[in-house]
Design a protein around this ligand. Structure first.
Ligand SMILES: [Zn+2]
Length: 421
């Protein structure tokens, strides 16, 4: 016999898929989130939630821990949306947090169905943001709707936070911290293939600058080629990164077993020179540095700086002209929640009930979970789709996982917040 909740879940499947298509069809690249937010706010309102919609300002955020790194420039007409359903009292409260913004579509000609098609083929729904993370965000709204439609009255409060600016540092979730939002538990619906994810490595962005000595290209031996120096520095940094990865706790941690390199360090931009027959005056290289959970942004920066110092000391030119490093204003602190925490065990219970895996995973990239400690809210990440498709051309999400996420989140809302008998 199907329960009331199972019946209402089955009844809304078709609509949930149709709405996901429409949601993906709305472009909501970081900075232009308005239309996406209007869409999701309307759905929350229809589900009977009270709405808190506001445009965060720089003044709201200044002074908050985490401000250096939230990407607070370029605010303005960019609404944050929080839907609230108050319980009858005595229950545990739950935050469901997701970001409405997406990365840009990139080269349009490479998209088979166009970046904002919402096209469905072989069980996958395609489009920018489908997996990162419109499916997860919308799953939360439909999960709450299923509970409501089933006539279940909750004891604890449910809050759905649809935030802006995650892709550039998480200004929207920081604004929720500033507004005083907190709860007894939170789920961030980033793509984890519906694996309960309790640990996240730290991430930061960096730029290194290497000085050279310009010379005519026919007499390069009279100068110092910053490109040659970079080749040396690159190899050394890569070796260092491989080593700290190999020795990291994450390498032994089963939560990260699906990731060959849990704390990846990579370069994405290299720039040097102004003329082909002249040695460049300097070179800049920018990259992304993932670091172990046991470190903090501050301690991981020190390790990196120390390594650059060692590398510089071993080279005659660089000993005199040490490699410099600049840190971007965006960084993600690591996060870890013990597997014994009730948020984790309760989520495992409902996954088991729905016949899904109760496995616990780890995250090799940064999410808004970095702010949950500031919100005094224990959190996990759990959502449909895989990060191996997020930010890629032809991004897609399996519809089956999206519907599973709605199912699990609905059960979790009832189990965590409690139902009035
Ligand atoms: Zn995301």
């Amino acid at each position: 016999m199907k329960t009331k909740l199972e019946k209402s879940l089955a009844a809304l499947e078709k609509e949930a898929v149709k709405k996901l298509q429409q949601f993906v069809q709305i472009e909501s690249t970081t900075g232009i989130e308005q239309k996406g937010q209007a869409f999701i706010a309307e759905l929350m309102k229809e589900a009977g939630m009270e709405m808190d919609i506001w445009c965060p300002t720089d003044d709201d955020l200044k002074g908050l821990k985490g401000y250096d790194g939230c990407g607070a420039d370029n605010l303005g007409d960019r609404p944050n949306v929080v839907g609230i359903a108050k319980g009858s009292g005595q229950g545990r409260s739950l935050i469901l947090n997701g970001h409405v913004d997406t990365v840009p579509a990139g080269d349009l000609s490479k998209w088979i169905y166009g970046p904002y098609s919402g096209h469905i083929k072989d069980g996958e729904l395609y489009g920018r943001g489908a997996c990162d993370m419109k499916a997860g965000l919308l799953a939360a709204v439909f999960a709450y709707k299923a509970v409501k439609d089933a006539g279940i009255k909750l004891k604890g409060d449910v809050q759905i936070q649809s935030v802006i600016g995650e892709e550039l540092g998480g200004v929207g979730t920081l604004a929720c911290v500033g507004r005083g939002y907190q709860a007894d538990g939170a789920i961030i619906m980033e793509p984890t293939s519906n694996v309960i994810t309790t640990g996240e490595v730290g991430t930061m962005l960096f730029r290194i600058i290497i000085d050279g000595k310009p010379a005519h290209g026919s007499a390069s031996y009279e100068g110092v080629n910053a490109i040659d120096k970079f080749c040396y520095v690159y190899k050394e940094i890569r070796n260092w990164a491989d080593e700290y990865n190999q020795n990291s706790d994450e390498k032994k941690d089963p939560r990260f077993k699906n990731y060959k390199v849990p704390c990846d360090l990579s370069f994405g931009i290299v720039n040097a020179g102004t003329w082909c027959a002249m040695l460049p005056e300097f070179l800049t290289a920018e990259g992304r540095y993932g670091f172990p959970i046991k470190e903090s942004v501050a301690s991981a920066r020190k390790l990196f700086e120390k390594e650059l110092e060692r590398i510089s000391q071993q080279d005659e030119w660089l000993a005199e002209h040490p490699v410099r490093v600049e840190w971007y204003n965006v960084a993600w602190e690591p996060y870890d929640l013990p597997a014994s925490h009730p948020l984790v065990t309760t989520l495992q219970e409902v996954c088991a009930e729905a016949g899904m895996s109760t496995e616990i995973g780890g995250n090799p990239y940064g999410t808004d979970i970095k702010y949950m400690n500031d919100m005094n809210t224990p959190a996990v990440i759990f959502g449909p789709g895989t990060i191996k498709k997020g930010h890629f051309v032809n991004e897609s999400v399996p519809i089956k996982e999206y519907l599973q996420a709605i199912n699990i989140l609905a059960r979790m809302i009832v189990r965590w917040c409690g139902a009035v008998e």
